[in-house]
Each structure stands twice: as C-alpha cells, then as structure tokens.
Design a protein around this ligand. Structure first.
Ligand code: HEM
Ligand code: HEM
Length: 172
C-alpha cells in the first residue's frame, strides 16, 4: 500500500483523511437534524458536536502536517491550477475557523468544554460578547462551508464528466 502521495494519486493516509473528514464535517453540519432523527436531547447532541468538532480540529492539524510531508510529490493540475488552489485554501480555512469559532463560543458560554468526557476547560464566567460574536461567526462560516462543498463537488464532477481527466481517481 502507498501511504505517501505519488505523482498520480493521493496516498492512503491523504485519502483516508479526506473522506473521513468529509463525512464527519457533513454530519457536523447536520447536527440538529441528526439529533432529531436519533431522538437525542439538545444537551447530548451538542456535547457530541463539541467533541467531534475538536477531533476534526486535531485531524486538521495532522492533515496539514501530512500535506507538508508530501509536498511536491503529487503532480500539479494542467489547467485552472490557481482555481483549485484557491478552492482548497478556502476549504482548509473553513475547516480551521469553524471549529476555532465554535470553541470560542463554548468558552464564552462559561459552561466549560469536555472532549468525550475528558474535561479540557473548566467552567468559568460567561463572556457574553465573546459568545455572541463567536456563535455568529460559527454559524455564518458553517453556511459558507455548504457553499464551498457544493462548488468543490461540482468541480470534481466537471473534471470527471466534462474534462475527462484523472482528478477524481487521484482521490478515490
Ligand atoms: C468542525 C466542524 C464544525 C462544524 C461544521 C460545526 C457546525 C455547526 C452548525 C451547523 C451549528 C448550528 C448553527 C446554528 O444554526 O445555530 C453549530 C452550532 C454550535 N457549535 Fe459547531 N461546528 C463545528 C465545530 C464545533 C466545535 C469544535 C465547537 C466547540 C468546541 C462547536 C460549538 C458549537 C456551539 C456552542 C454551537 C451552538 C450555537 C447555538 O447555540 O446556536 N462547534 N455548529
Ligand atoms: C463529498 C464529496 C467530495 C468529493 C467528490 C471530493 C473530491 C475531491 C477530489 C477529487 C480531490 C482531489 C483534487 C485534486 O486532485 O487536486 C479533492 C481534494 C480536496 N478536497 Fe474534496 N471532495 C469531497 C468532499 C470534501 C469536503 C467535505 C472537504 C472539506 C470540507 C473537502 C476538502 C478537500 C481539500 C482541502 C482537497 C485538497 C487536498 C490537497 O491537495 O491538499 N472535500 N476532493
């Protein structure tokens, strides 16, 4: 198995990170809907939301380091290289800023933050302005992520069915 990226294809680790994080991020965007589907209380659902969100933040750090390790191994695109770079940069920015703003909102609430039951931040005073500003940012960016994912998926489909190149295969 090729753990590292090669010239023609993302390696096993990059692919696992891409698809694993894609599924988790989409589930995170649908937290409210999933909570209703599985009959979870808002408290339970949000506790899981915060833990999975922090896990995604950790995975992102590893993903960026792994990207650094693989730097220059994968062949660049022949066309529209700048558009792919810009699109991927926006996705990375969203994957960083969404959990970061969520964490700030949780800290501002003063309820403390746990990671799957492990206390990370103890409860403290509520900081209303921080909670409000971070929550607003979190929500706006989460909506923006839907849009970015939509464009990203359309771009993959365009590569596959219109440009007929190997782009989707590189990640599949
Ligand atoms: C990593 C990906 C994450 C995604 C995609 C995401 C997405 C969302 C979405 C879609 C909502 C509902 C927004 C609304 O309509 O009110 C929400 C709410 C919230 N998220 Fe996240 N979130 C993520 C990570 C986190 C993390 C790491 C934390 C905290 C440690 C967090 C804390 C919160 C809080 C406190 C709310 C509730 C805001 C409210 O009560 O309206 N989120 N998040
Ligand atoms: C669900 C359907 C998705 C499909 C079909 C898809 C498809 C692809 C493909 C084909 C590539 C490789 C592009 C290339 O060779 O340059 C790619 C890269 C990438 N995708 Fe996705 N993707 C999906 C979801 C997501 C989601 C949800 C995210 C994050 C929010 C995401 C983030 C990225 C990033 C950041 C890259 C660039 C990787 C790099 O080279 O650093 N993708 N995606």
């Amino acid at each position: 198995m090729n753990w590292l990226d090669s010239a023609q294809r993302y390696g096993a680790v990059s692919r696992a990170l891409h698809w694993g994080m894609a599924v988790l991020l989409i589930l995170m965007l649908g937290t409210e809907w999933l909570a209703e589907l599985f009959g979870m209380s808002e408290r339970e659902a949000m506790s899981l939301h915060r833990s999975v969100g922090l896990l995604l933040l950790g995975l992102l750090v590893f993903r960026l380091l792994w990207r650094g390790v693989n730097h220059g191994r994968l062949e660049a695109h022949a066309h529209w290289k700048w558009a792919a770079r810009l699109g991927h940069l926006a996705l990375y920015a969203a994957m960083l800023l969404i959990p970061a703003s969520g964490l700030l909102a949780a800290l501002g609430s003063g309820h403390g933050v746990e990671f799957f039951g492990l206390p990370l931040f103890a409860p403290g005073a509520e900081i209303e302005w921080l909670e409000e500003a971070a929550e607003e940012t979190h929500e706006v960016l989460a909506n923006l992520l839907w849009l970015l994912i939509g464009v990203h998926v359309l771009a993959s489909l365009a590569h596959q069915f219109w440009l007929h190149d190997n782009t989707l295969k590189r990640m599949a």
